[in-house]
Design a protein around this ligand. Sequence first.
Ligand SMILES: NC(=O)c1ccc[n+]([C@@H]2O[C@H](COP(=O)([O-])OP(=O)(O)OC[C@H]3O[C@@H](n4cnc5c(N)ncnc54)[C@H](O)[C@@H]3O)[C@@H](O)[C@H]2O)c1
Length: 400
Amino acid sequence: MTEQQFEHDVVVVGGCGHVGLPLAIALADSGASVLVYDLSQDAVATVNSGQLPFDEPGADDKLKAAVADGRLRAHTDPAVVGGAEHVVVVIGTPVDEHLNPDPQAIPRALDACADHLRDGQLLVLRSTVFPGVTRLVEQLVAERGLAIDVSFCPERIAEGKAMTELYSLPQIVSGRDQRVRERAAALFRRLTGTIVELEPEEAELAKLFTNTWRYIKFAAVNQFYMIAESRGLDFERIRQGLVQDYPRAADMPSAGFAAGPCLFKDTMQLAAFNDNNFALGHAAMLVNEGLPLHVVSQLEQEHDLRNCTVGILGASFKAGSDDIRSSLAYKLKRILGFRAKHVLMTDPYVTVDPDLVPLDRVLSESDVLVVATPHPEYRAITTDKPVADVWNVLGTEVAQ
Ligand SMILES: NC(=O)c1ccc[n+]([C@@H]2O[C@H](COP(=O)([O-])OP(=O)(O)OC[C@H]3O[C@@H](n4cnc5c(N)ncnc54)[C@H](O)[C@@H]3O)[C@@H](O)[C@H]2O)c1
């Protein structure tokens, strides 16, 4: 590969997003000179003002410092893609309304800036991709006659934990040969000491298996929850009882809405990859997506919801987050919109939904409450109103 000089170390394509931006910040904090390329003008302006476009604990001060001393700068001009040795691609890879993945999402995004790619660069794919996309990108690069190494290095952080997990999780790196893997490993050694090498096709599946495994585990406990609750038993008491001092069940999570932009769609990507022969994945989807319906049906057994105001506590898809993407709280809201007299929703973190109302109003005006998101703030709530609390936020504790 030709030796080239680059003015910057890294450019992150999609670098104003939920995983691209924490990575850009962490790399800048490690001393790298980082460019961000993103289509969103608003997010680029926000980042260049030293502000995060979304909550990410621990990233705020590091972003301010990196912007202030010029180690991180965001752009909407695709020409910046040619300015750094490492090009890391972290754009979104959603499934469509028919649950089809889009294997062309990454090649299309790269095509738009391919004129700026330069020999000698390392192209790191970091989005979660449909298996085979790494090879498609290798072909795209070859067809354009570019001497560029291509590596797939999946991101496995959880939102809200990026600024610790980028440093603590092992990093899977993959590439067609050892030299490519070494280049990718050298980049990520800036953040973490543990590098795991796989072939690209193995790494693509490793990422999908990681998320699908988690989604199926949540589905298992959610099904257990529905079995227990429909017989009038408290699932969380049972769970706490069975995991106590029993290592083989120590990883059994609590029940709760399994939502957000990744787990569901990556399970569907895996199903599509296997020609839709994925009974376990589809069953997990039915259980997890069915939980809000189950909660409403259980409520209807005890309350005439047509005459009730139902208050939903939480809008984001997970605790302590302002991210409402694919949140099941909104599915719950839609169901209740048909079945209840009135629905109110509140969330202490979410700022993008003008229909949310303050917590006090939800607590005073609702006849029935549903905890949709286990925000820590809700643990302090005391109410004599009926509460549907899948997450057990208001608390069952088994006597020790
Ligand atoms: N959110 C997570 O917790 C998480 C964790 C691990 C992996 N992932 C994966 O990371 C990828 C990104 O997810 P995300 O949650 O950060 O998405 P996101 O929507 O928050 O961020 C994507 C960013 O890419 C930008 N963008 C879209 N198309 C572009 C293009 N053609 N050129 C330049 N910029 C473009 C968008 O403006 C946005 O800022 C997905 O593949 C996802 O599955 C997400």
